[in-house]
Design a protein around this ligand. Structure first.
Ligand SMILES: Nc1nc2c(ncn2[C@@H]2O[C@H](COP(=O)(O)OP(=O)(O)OP(=O)(O)O)[C@@H](O)[C@H]2O)c(=O)[nH]1
Ligand SMILES: [Mg+2]
Length: 443
């Protein structure tokens, strides 16, 4: 049984050999562990260089940098110790085994340090999500977006909305509780409707972001599609700068979808090579073609490759996605005639035209992600909540002058709870008390 009162430890740096590894411990046993391993408790937030000794036999485990963060001023809000040890596998496992010997101390579960940080009010849910994104960020743009979230960009917006709705709620409640007070007008206070409209409008604007935040997290998807033997796999290998896909003059070589992650000037792109599309009786190839069509449908952009040296009639794909025509193998073409205006002319073999195509791809992915304001919504969870908030406010606004004050107050409380789900904090009552007490009622 795992308990939240246990002290927890884990390797916080990456797995595998490294110069340095960081093992973090959080909870009530931290002081006992420090005393046992290094003989004293270091000053709060001071780095000390010390031998780590095994408490069982006093033998030296490693030479380490040790930091003690006294709770509540720590990541988890509890006492925390960090051991910066040498990053060899044996060193790491020796310290982990030693830590396991302490009472009520166990290996942390995935995300348990962050869960404790949330429970201690150190970070809210959306900030914790951004912390995860920062750790997962592969490109500059992903890093910047995650950092904005970690700094609380979405939380701050949610907090602002909640404050605006709480003011509206306070006015409505004032009229319910004190219907005869002189300084409370009996008409609905104009701030009620105004604030509700403001929040609904902003929510709608946030939702209208082309899902750029979510897409930046996962990367834009570019599918390489087209007839067999056009040089699709050759192009993927060229872009990836390694042989990830089999290339052969036999039509119908590629069956699976082969994904490569690219970093185009800081923006993430997943480029997918797919099976050549044609009618075939081969069962395996049919499966490949079906998969290729699915990728082309799911992609943000399709590069439609064809063999420019052949005089076969051009097959036009059925796709509602942005699609760039790429005429490959121009090194084999004799005639100079321009019959393909608007098409890229490249040769994967000689390299001609490839960098122009990649430059345009980079420009495209940048404009996909950079147009308009920086999105605050970075995952489906946020979108679902904000969509619900907008729907609730919209519905309430439609009947705002018809429904009773009690019902309106209930609508507003509901909307506050919905907003609270962004941060994971849903109790609106205490904040409401605060704002309400600042009103001039009963003076
Ligand atoms: N001359 C010339 N040959 C090329 C070029 N690009 C690819 N090829 C050759 O064309 C043949 C097919 O290349 P692939 O990359 O396997 O083509 P594909 O579109 O992936 O084919 P499937 O997987 O069957 O759909 C291979 O023999 C490549 O070496 C090019 O620019 N010029
Ligand atoms: Mg191929």
């Amino acid at each position: 049984m795992t308990r939240s009162t246990d002290s927890i430890y884990a390797l916080s740096s990456g797995f595998g050999k490294a110069g340095v590894a960081v093992i973090r411990v959080s909870g009530n046993s931290v002081r006992k562990i420090l005393s046992a391993l290094i003989g004293h408790i270091p000053q709060n937030r001071q780095v000390v260089l010390s031998f780590l000794k095994r408490p069982t036999d006093g033998s030296i485990l490693d030479h380490a940098l040790v930091i003690f963060f006294e709770g509540p001023r720590s990541f988890t809000g509890e006492d925390v110790a960090e051991f910066h040890i040498h990053g060899g596998r044996a060193v790491v496992s020796a310290l982990l085994q030693t830590l396991a010997l302490f009472e009520n101390t166990r290996m942390a579960e995935p995300g348990e340090f962050s869960r404790r940080a949330f429970a201690a009010g150190k970070m809210d849910l959306s900030e914790i999500e951004s912390l995860g994104d920062l750790i997962d960020a592969d490109t500059e743009a992903q890093r910047r977006q995650a950092l904005r979230g970690l700094e609380g960009a979405l939380s701050a917006r949610a907090e602002k909305w909640r404050a605006q709705l709480l003011i509206a709620l306070s006015w409505v409640e004032a009229q319910i509780d004190f219907p005869d007070e002189d300084d409370v007008a009996q008409d609905l206070h104009p701030d009620v409707e105004r604030n509700m409209r403001l929040v609904a409008e902003e929510a709608k604007n946030l939702l209208n972001d082309g899902r750029r935040g979510e897409r930046l997290r996962s990367g834009a998807v570019v599918a390489i599609s087209g007839p067999p033997n056009a040089g699709k796999s050759s192009f993927l290998n060229k872009v990836a700068e390694r042989n990830v896909a089999i290339v052969s003059p036999i039509a119908g070589t590629t069956r699976d979808a082969i994904e490569v992650s690219l970093d185009l000037e800081g923006f993430p792109v997943t480029m997918v090579d797919t099976a050549g599309i044609r009618d075939t009786t081969d069962d395996l190839e049919q499966q490949g073609v079906a998969l290729a069509r699915q990728w082309a449908d799911a992609a943000d952009l399709v590069l439609w490759f064809y063999d420019g040296s052949q005089n076969t009639p051009l097959m036009f794909p059925h796709s509602d996605k942005p699609l760039w025509m790429v005429r490959n193998k121009v090194d084999l073409m004799q005639e100079v005639g321009e019959t393909d205006i608007g098409h890229y002319r490249i040769s994967v073999k000689s390299g001609e035209g490839v960098s122009k195509l990649l430059d345009d791809l980079t420009y495209w992915v940048k404009s996909e992600f950079e147009s308009g304001e920086e999105p605050l919504i970075t995952r489906e969870r946020h979108r679902t909540i904000i969509t619900q908030l907008h729907a609730e406010l919209h519905q309430s606004l439609q009947s705002i002058h018809l429904i009773g004050r009690e019902l309106l107050a209930e609508d507003l409380r509901l909307a506050c709870r919905t907003i609270g789900r962004i941060s994971g904090r849903v109790d609106a009552e205490d904040v409401l008390e605060n704002i309400f007490s600042s009103f001039c009622i009963g003076k």
